[in-house]
Design a binder for this molecule. Structure first.
Ligand code: FES
Ligand SMILES: [Fe+2]
Length: 396
C-alpha cells in the first residue's frame, strides 16, 4: 500500500510539474495536457476544488424559474443546489440541504408555496427562512429564527445562472466582456428554455468533452451534419481568459434567401431573428465559459450544453434547447422543436463514439501528449487554463 501511495504521489507530482511549465509559457508548444491529467484521481480532486468549487458553474436559466414559488434542483460536483423564485420575485440559489438532518429539501422542478422537507416536515419559506420545526420548541440550543437554508453566491449573465460554491470568486460578467459584442445581437435575455435533455452519465471526463469543442473534427466526425455546409477549416477562434469564442461560416452556395431578400444559413428550425447582421445570419457561433458552459447559437435558436465531472474520466451532461420568445407563437412550435432536437441528437451521436474511445485510450496508459493543429486553438487554451488553475499559487 505504501509503495502504491509513493507511485501515485510521484505520478501526480510529474503531471503537476508538466502543467506548471505549460502554465508558465502559455502553452507555447501547442500541446495537449499530460495524458495522466485525464485519468489521475488526485488531479480530479484538485479540479473539483480549484475549478468546480472555486469557479462560476452554469446551472440553468432564470426563465426556468419564472413564477414565484417555482424551483429547479440540480447538482454541482456532488453539492445539491436549488434555484428558487421567492414570493417577491427575487431569484435565490440555495444549498439543497435541510438544516435538520441534511435531507434534500427540493427535488426536480415544480412550484410550491413553501418548502417542506420530506424527512421530518420542517417548513421553510421561499426566502429560505425556517417557518416550522415540529418538536424542536424545547431544544435548548436551537434558534428557529436564525435557521435558514444556506444561500449560495450566484450571478445571472444573459439569462444564464452561474453558481460559485465557495463564495470567493470575483464577479463573472467583467471577465466575459470580450464576448459581448458577438453575443448581444441574439438578445438572449429574451430567449427561453424550450426543452431540457438529461443525457445522464457519459464514459468520458469533462476535459475530453471540452477538447471536443473544436471545429477541426467536422471533416472526420461530421461530414454530413456540419462539414458540407460549415467547413471546419474556415472556422475562427478567439480566446479571453475564462472564455472561448468560435464562429463558423456557412458556404456561400448553401445560403438560403428569405422573403425580404436577406441571406441566411440553412438549417433554421424556427424564424431567424429580426435585425441580425450578415455575420450572425450566416455563421453559427460557439461560446464557451470555462469550465462547463457551452452554447451553440444560430440565427433562430441555440443549444446550451452543461457538463460536470462525476468522477475521474466520467461526466454528466445536460442540454437545454433555447428558443427566442418570438418563436412561441408559431402554431407548429412543438414539431419544429422536435426537428431541432433531432438535429442535436444527429451530431451528438457522431461525437459519442469518439469521446468514448478517447477516454478509453487515455485510461489505457498508452496515449501520449499530442501536438495540436492551428485549428485547435480551443484545445490549446483549455489546456493552458486548466494547467494554470491547478498550479497557480495565488487565488485560482
Ligand atoms: S432532515 Fe429535514 S426535517 Fe429532518
Ligand atoms: Fe462534434
Amino acid at each position: 500500500m505504501h509503495g502504491y501511495r509513493n507511485t501515485q504521489a510521484a505520478r501526480t507530482a510529474a503531471t503537476l510539474e508538466a502543467m506548471s511549465a505549460m502554465a508558465a509559457d502559455g502553452n507555447a508548444g501547442w500541446v495537449t495536457l499530460p495524458t495522466d491529467a485525464y485519468c489521475n484521481p488526485d488531479i480530479h480532486a484538485l479540479e473539483v476544488e480549484r475549478i468546480f468549487r472555486a469557479g462560476w458553474i452554469a446551472v440553468g436559466r432564470t426563465d426556468e424559474v419564472r413564477e414565484p414559488g417555482s424551483y429547479l434542483a440540480r447538482e454541482i460536483v456532488g453539492t445539491p443546489v436549488a434555484m428558487v423564485r421567492d414570493q417577491k420575485g427575487r431569484l435565490r440559489v440555495f444549498a439543497n440541504i435541510c438544516r435538520h438532518r441534511w435531507m434534500k429539501v427540493l427535488d426536480g422542478k415544480g412550484r410550491k408555496a413553501v418548502i417542506t422537507c420530506p424527512y421530518h416536515a420542517w417548513v421553510y419559506g421561499l426566502d429560505g427562512c425556517l417557518r416550522r420545526a415540529p418538536g424542536m420548541e424545547c431544544h435548548p440550543g436551537f434558534d428557529a429564527a436564525a435557521t435558514r437554508l444556506e444561500e449560495l453566491s450566484f450571478e445571472v449573465w444573459h439569462g444564464f445562472v452561474f453558481v460559485n460554491l465557495d463564495g470567493h470568486a470575483d464577479p463573472l460578467a467583467p471577465r466575459l466582456t470580450g464576448v459581448e459584442e458577438t453575443l448581444r445581437p441574439y438578445g438572449l435575455d429574451n430567449w427561453f428554455t424550450a426543452r431540457t435533455l438529461n443525457l445522464g452519465e457519459a464514459p468520458w471526463g469533462w476535459k475530453v468533452m471540452q477538447d471536443n469543442g473544436e471545429c477541426y473534427h467536422h471533416e472526420g466526425l461530421h461530414p454530413e451534419t456540419f462539414q458540407t455546409v460549415f467547413p471546419g477549416e474556415r472556422s475562427g477562434t478567439t480566446c479571453g481568459d475564462d472564455w472561448i469564442l468560435q464562429w463558423s461560416p456557412a458556404r456561400e452556395e448553401s445560403l438560403e434567401t428569405l422573403a425580404d431578400g436577406t441571406r441566411v444559413m440553412p438549417g433554421c428550425y424556427f424564424e431567424p431573428l429580426d435585425g441580425l447582421d450578415t455575420f450572425h445570419r450566416t455563421h453559427f457561433v460557439l461560446v464557451y465559459v470555462l469550465p462547463n458552459y457551452l452554447i451553440y447559437l444560430q440565427p433562430d435558436c441555440g443549444i446550451m450544453i452543461r457538463f460536470l465531472p462525476v468522477d475521474v474520466g466520467r461526466s454528466h451532461m445536460e442540454v437545454d434547447l433555447l428558443v427566442p420568445e418570438s418563436a412561441r407563437h408559431l402554431t407548429d412550435f412543438e414539431a419544429r422543436l422536435d426537428r431541432f432536437e433531432s438535429f442535436f441528437h444527429r451530431f451528438n451521436d457522431e461525437d459519442i463514439p469518439a469521446n468514448t474511445a478517447i477516454q478509453k485510450a487515455l485510461d489505457s496508459g498508452r496515449a501520449s501528449p499530442a501536438p495540436l493543429s492551428r485549428h485547435e486553438q480551443h484545445n490549446r487554451h483549455v489546456a493552458w487554463w486548466v494547467a494554470r488553475k491547478l498550479t497557480s499559487t495565488s487565488a485560482p
